[in-house]
Design a protein around this ligand. Structure first.
Ligand code: NAD
Ligand code: ZN
Length: 359
């Protein structure tokens, strides 16, 4: 089988034809991947920002067709079209039953704990549990969310991470109220979907911040009312919020300094949401005084606080009704052979998302 392998931190991906995939075992399904988006978390896994066992096949934003089901799987069948969830909700633990299935750890991250991939007899881990940069993958059945057959795989794949994370951070984590002011730091594949989510939620002002002019153009196209480089932010915030700060600020980069900027751009009593995935050893400082006196809420957001079993369908309905643009997120397409150039395009700020077409 063909797939892209990361051997050591800092390497580029090696496209191989001789990957072997075992399974599905009981409770698992085997999926032929049709399309996979390229998310910044894959890059963070490759450069060591996010710790991950190696070697691995990265990719965690994918959609495809079920080609085999393991023993005991009753709600999926061969031929079903699915979006892959990188957090499979077990549906039975206290976290799932308590309404936070995005934090379920009962099944690990997909098949991460029990690798199904091999390369010349060496065990290969599934990146973020899903390994969507390969022709086929094996995941827990609860990581495969069935979707209607008429949804194109390219747009479906993006729901698997960037769209769910971005829109979900707004509508699930922050629960933005109509008429609010919102500021978004980082307008990449996830941040653009925070902007789309804020528009859907009825935000009155949406201020987008990015270093790259092209990203600011895209931000306006997807619903930002203001789009500026960081040096222009304080003047814009003074104009938009009268210097009070925004009701909600979203950090979608994963760096201490931009988390701090998002906090500073939040009004007293407002909400700061950290979506960006930063390093485990990176520290952000807040004074003891400001934490209480500002009465700001500081919220983390994992996978858009989603219940993927219902939220993937909610997003598809927003797309069908014309309120969520998924086609417009795809700036670039290529086969698996173009995977390293796809990461270069992300690093150079040239794309919202690249979609890797596998089948
Ligand atoms: P991306 O590379 O597509 O976008 C990042 C954007 O931030 C780029 O447009 C870049 O120009 C901009 N940027 C970088 N430094 C900046 C700065 N100092 N000021 C302003 N803008 C700056 O990345 P993405 O795929 O959108 O992912 C964004 C972050 O979200 C990453 O950290 C990723 O790992 C994380 N993520 C988190 C979750 C979650 O569950 N919380 C899920 C998916 C991705
Ligand atoms: Zn992702």
């Amino acid at each position: 089988m063909r797939g892209a392998v990361l051997r050591s931190l800092g390497d580029t991906l090696e496209v191989r034809d001789d990957l072997e995939l075992e399974g599905p075992g009981p409770g698992e399904v085997r999926i032929r991947i049709a399309a996979s988006g390229v998310c910044h978390s894959d890059l963070s896994l490759m450069d060591g920002t996010l710790p991950h066992p190696l070697p691995c096949v990265p990719g965690h934003e994918g959609a495809g067709t079920v080609v085999a089901v393991g023993a005991g799987v009753t709600d999926l069948a061969e031929g079903d079209h699915v979006i892959i969830s990188w957090v499979p909700p077990c549906g039975r633990c206290a976290t799932c039953l308590g309404g936070q299935p995005n934090l379920c750890t009962a099944l690990g991250l997909g098949s991460m704990p029990a690798p199904h991939l091999k390369l010349a007899d060496q065990m290969v881990f599934a990146g973020i549990g899903t390994a969507t940069f390969a022709e086929e993958t094996v995941v827990s059945a609860s990581a495969a969310i069935k979707i209607p057959d008429d949804v194109p795989f390219d747009v479906a794949s993006l729901i698997g991470c960037g769209v769910m994370t971005g829109v979900g951070a707004v509508i699930n984590t922050a629960k933005v109220r109509p008429g609010s002011s919102v500021v978004v730091f980082g307008c990449g594949g996830v941040g653009i979907n925070v902007i789309q989510g804020a528009k859907i939620a009825g935000a009155a002002e949406i201020v987008a911040v990015d270093l790259v002019d092209k990203k600011l153009d895209w931000a306006r196209q997807f619903g930002a009312t203001h789009a500026v480089t960081p040096d222009k932010l304080s003047a814009t915030m003074a104009e938009v919020t009268g210097g009070l700060g925004a009701d909600y600020a979203f950090e979608v980069i994963g760096r201490p300094e931009t988390i701090r900027s998002a906090w500073d751009a939040t009004r007293r009593g407002g909400t700061t949401v950290v979506v960006g995935a930063g390093r485990m050893d990176a520290q952000v400082s807040f004074s003891a005084f400001e934490l209480f006196y500002s009465e700001k809420a500081l919220l983390g957001s994992v996978y858009g606080s989603a219940d993927v079993r219902t939220d993937f369908h909610r997003l598809l309905r927003l797309w069908r009704s014309g309120q969520l643009d998924l086609e417009g997120l795809i700036s670039r397409r290529c086969g698996i052979d173009g995977i390293n150039e796809a990461f270069d395009a992300m690093k150079n700020g040239e794309v919202i998302r690249t979609v890797i077409e596998l089948a």
